[in-house]
Ligand binder design. Sequence first.
Ligand SMILES: Cc1cc2nc3c(=O)[nH]c(=O)nc-3n(C[C@H](O)[C@H](O)[C@H](O)COP(=O)(O)O)c2cc1C
Length: 261
Amino acid sequence: MQRSVWYTIGFAAIVCLICSILVTSSAVSLEKKQEVNKLLDKQRNVLQAAGLAKAGESLSAAEVQSRFAAFEPVVVDLRTGKEDPSTSPDSVDQRRMTSDPDESRAVPKNSAQVSRVADKAVVYKLKDDQGNLKMLVLPVEGKGLWSTLYGYLAVGPHAEEIEGLTFYEHGETPGLGGEVDNPRWKALWPGRKIFDDTGKVAIHVIKGTAGPPEKDPYEVDGLSGATITSRGVTHLIQFWLGDQGFGPYLESYREKGGRAA
Ligand SMILES: Cc1cc2nc3c(=O)[nH]c(=O)nc-3n(C[C@H](O)[C@H](O)[C@H](O)COP(=O)(O)O)c2cc1C
């Protein structure tokens, strides 16, 4: 049977309309789920940085939330280095704030290639049974070779040692810079010292292999074939533990140790 051109065009238009309604409605209905999954992934990474979850350990959403409940999220004002109890941690979106000139500040050129720092950030405190702080988990970010790496760095009492490091988002090459996700490489971080005797951030990734923390307290193995990503990790840690990042906040934590911050 011969159909008119208008019939064909009309039929195609209706099919397109139905498909676009289906795609749009599924995107909208999945948006909430994606947000929840993103949040769970971040929480899982905080747990891994703190050593409360193993890399690759399969945890249900309920398990992640129950372990994560051990942390106290606290807002830090990065302009003053002081805690800001008047701001709810839920209202702070550091990544969004970083790109808003009204909620962030430009920082001097630096090796981590961080151009702006949000006015506020959320850090996670972990306390022992006596209420003493035993760990702080800090958000960190900085450029690798292809991408900005976003992750968490956990530091122990007095901010003397690193407890762990994880990245929850980056676009480095799998097998090269992407080895920042390798559990064996991440296992090299706990126990390394952060500050040297002069108070300077001394921890860094080397080119080659470092010894155990007792022998090489300030050095971590480089990622082979990925010197640029390795350098990026050094730079981002040094930036966020330094004066433009959490340095001023950590100062009081270092002095007061595990008792208060
Ligand atoms: C396809 C491709 C992907 C690469 N991905 C990375 C990467 O993710 N991170 C990185 O530091 N270097 C990467 N490199 C290598 C860099 O270009 C550079 O050669 C390397 O960082 C130098 O490290 P090396 O001195 O350890 O060899 C990649 C190279 C190629 C060809």
